[in-house]
Write a protein that binds this ligand. Structure first.
Ligand SMILES: [Zn+2]
Length: 177
C-alpha cells in the first residue's frame, strides 16, 4: 500500500503502547493499536476513539483538568461562549479553566459534566435509548461520588474497546438511514 500524500510505502505495525496526543490531551494511551507509518508520520487507526475518550472522561472520579474541559467542549462542537452561557459563567472564566489557570471547583465541575452528558445523549440520539439511559444513570452516580481534586489520570484504551465503540457508532448511523 502506498500513501496518497507522500507516495512512499505505508507500513502498518501493531504498537503495544501508543501515546496518543492528537486529541490535545496528554494522558491517553492506546494498547495493541495498528499504526500506519510513512514519510508523513504515524497515524493510529482510531475511528470511534474520540467518543470513547468522551465516555472515559465523563466517568473519571477526580475533577476535570483544563485540557479535558476543552477537549469535551470541542467534541460537543460548542463554542466557548455557548458552554459558558450554559453553565452560567463569563467566557473569560471558562477560558481560565481550560487553560488550567483556575480550577472550576466541584460545583462547576458537576455542572460541566451535566452539560457534556446532555450533549452526549443528544448526539447519540439514534443509538438505542436503553444503553444511553443506563449510561446517564451511571454518570449521575459518578457525579455524586466525585472527588475534590483536579487530577490527570492515565487513560488506557485497548483495540477491543475501540472496535466495540466503532460498532456502536456505525449502528447509530445505520438507524438514522
Ligand atoms: Zn505519507
Amino acid at each position: 500500500m502506498k500513501c496518497v500524500i507522500c507516495s512512499k510505502k505505508v507500513e502498518i505495525t501493531v504498537v503495544k503502547n501508543y501515546h496518543y496526543t492528537m486529541s490535545g490531551l496528554d494522558n491517553i494511551y492506546l494498547s495493541d493499536i495498528p499504526v500506519s507509518k510513512c514519510a508523513c508520520g504515524e497515524t493510529p487507526k482510531v475511528e470511534g476513539l474520540h467518543s470513547l475518550i468522551v465516555k472515559k472522561i465523563l466517568q473519571k472520579n477526580d475533577l476535570l483538568t483544563g485540557r479535558e474541559i476543552r477537549f469535551m467542549r470541542q467534541q460537543m462542537k460548542l463554542e466557548a461562549a455557548e458552554l459558558a452561557e450554559q453553565v452560567g459563567v463569563g467566557e473569560d472564566v471558562l477560558l481560565k479553566w481550560e487553560d488550567g489557570a483556575e480550577s472550576a471547583g466541584l460545583v462547576y465541575d458537576k455542572l460541566l459534566r451535566m452539560e457534556f452528558m446532555l450533549n452526549y445523549v443528544k448526539q447519540s440520539d439514534a443509538v438505542s435509548k436503553e444503553p444511553t439511559r443506563k449510561f446517564a444513570e451511571f454518570i449521575a452516580e459518578i457525579i455524586t461520588k466525585q472527588g475534590i481534586q483536579v487530577k490527570e489520570e492515565k487513560i488506557s484504551i485497548s483495540e477491543k474497546e475501540i472496535c466495540n465503540e466503532r460498532l456502536i457508532v456505525s449502528s447509530a448511523s445505520l438507524t438514522k438511514l
